[in-house]
Each structure stands twice: as structure tokens, then as C-alpha cells.
Design a protein around this ligand. Structure first.
Ligand code: CA
Length: 241
């Protein structure tokens, strides 16, 4: 009998990216007070690293940052097809910046100085809006359960120890069951645009993934399709939470 999933609800995680320490602290304090788990970064690079290590449900992103600005952070996220909601903070009079931010896929923006109460209200509104539409359900396939927002895959209740890249590959396959993905396609979807290795690297990651999924002669979850690519064959169905 598979062990049932524990009934736990991780707090919504927010990443605050702001280089002005006093404002950053104020944002962290206010959002923590609302019951969110909050992380902070003072520049774009550390922000992307923090998000990769612990995926945020929403990012409050200041536009002007010391080394990598908010636009660059947003561009990086969207190019990697990461649709994490982003609330941009801009300085007064940066109308063209606001438009650029929205065109790059920011969900909302606020002009400094802003009221903290309003910021909290906007955060809640964005989370409500995006949760209702895009929050992917829990999925089940064979003996596996997948929680995409939490990057968790379980095999009969046990959490699999996957790297973020392996999880990303798995996510691509299970969200399109029965469809063959070429190596090139997987490279484009699972690797950053400026860090794409060879197709052989995809094979290596898929081999590791298969091993962690416990594949053997009797159970093959990922099918190799001739010289073409890979596909997930077992039906995938939503699991209501
Ligand atoms: Ca700033």
C-alpha cells in the first residue's frame, strides 16, 4: 500500500529583491508578519540563486540594483519559462521602465515611495489571481506523485532526491505524457539560454533520472524513442489537493 501524502501546507514563500537595506528589512518584516516565509537578496545574481535554491511563489523585485537590474532578472526568469509572479518596484517618474517591466512579464508594479499596506494588498491580490489560474495540481502517474510548485516527486510516499535539473526534465515529460521530446527541445526547455551543453548531457541527466525513478527491465517510465528523444508513457492524472 502506498503511504498517503502527509497533509502539510508549506507557507507561501516570497523573495524580496531590494538593495536598500532599510527598505528591504521593512518589506521582509511586513511580509513575515503576514505569515509568509520570506527570503531577501540585494542584487539580481543572488536573487536568481536564491530562487533556484528555494523556489519563491512570488518575487518583489526592485528595478534598480547594483549589478544585475530587475529587468535582467525578469528576462532570465521568463526565458527559462519560469512564470513566478513578479511585483516590480520602480522609482517615481520611470514610466517607460514600468511599461518595459510589464512587457517583460511583470505581474504588477508599484512606484516608490509606496504604502506597505498597499504592497501587502497587492501581493495578496497577485497570489490569488495567479494561484487560481496557473497553480498546477498535484499529479499522479503509476506509483509516483508530483507536486510541481514544490519541486517534489514521491515514489510510494518517499521523496525522491532529484537535482533541480532532473526535476525540470521530469516536469517537462510528465506534463506532456505520450509526447516525444527531442534532446534539442529538452536542452531548450531545461537549460538556461547561455549555458546549453551538448545533447549528450541530456542523455546523462535522463540516465540519472531513470536510476532515481528505480527503472529496471520490468519498469521503464521514460521511453527512449529511437534516435529521436524521450517520452513519458504512463498516464498522468491530476490529484485533487
Ligand atoms: Ca534600488
Amino acid at each position: 500500500m502506498p503511504t498517503p501524502l502527509p497533509e502539510r501546507e508549506a507557507p507561501t514563500h516570497i523573495l524580496v529583491v531590494e538593495d536598500e537595506p532599510s527598505l528591504c528589512q521593512l518589506l521582509v518584516n511586513n511580509l513575515s508578519f503576514e505569515g509568509y516565509s520570506v527570503a531577501a537578496a540585494g542584487d539580481g545574481g543572488p536573487a536568481l540563486a536564491a530562487h533556484a535554491a528555494h523556489r519563491a511563489d512570488l518575487i518583489v523585485l526592485d528595478l534598480m540594483l547594483p549589478q544585475m537590474d530587475g529587468f535582467e532578472v525578469l528576462r532570465n526568469l521568463r526565458e527559462a519559462r519560469d512564470e513566478v509572479p513578479v511585483l516590480m518596484l520602480t522609482a517615481r517618474g520611470e514610466e517607460s521602465d514600468r511599461l518595459q517591466g510589464l512587457s517583460l512579464g511583470a505581474d504588477d508594479y508599484m512606484v516608490k515611495p509606496f504604502s506597505l499596506l498597499e504592497l501587502v494588498a497587492r501581493v495578496k491580490a497577485i497570489l490569488r489571481r495567479t494561484r487560481a489560474v496557473d497553480r498546477p495540481p498535484l499529479l499522479r502517474s503509476g506509483p509516483f506523485r508530483f507536486d510541481l510548485p514544490r519541486l517534489e516527486a514521491r515514489w510510494e510516499g518517499r521523496i525522491l532526491d532529484l537535482t533541480p535539473r532532473e526535476f525540470r526534465l521530469l516536469e517537462i515529460l510528465i506534463t506532456h505524457p505520450g509526447r516525444t521530446h527531442s534532446r534539442k527541445e529538452l536542452l531548450q526547455l531545461a537549460w538556461e539560454p547561455d549555458a546549453r551543453p551538448s545533447a549528450r548531457t541530456v542523455d546523462v541527466h535522463i540516465a540519472n533520472l531513470r536510476r532515481k525513478l528505480g527503472e529496471d527491465q520490468d519498469s521503464a517510465w521514460i521511453t527512449t524513442v529511437g534516435g529521436e528523444g524521450y517520452r513519458w508513457v504512463t498516464p498522468v492524472e491530476p490529484l485533487s489537493d
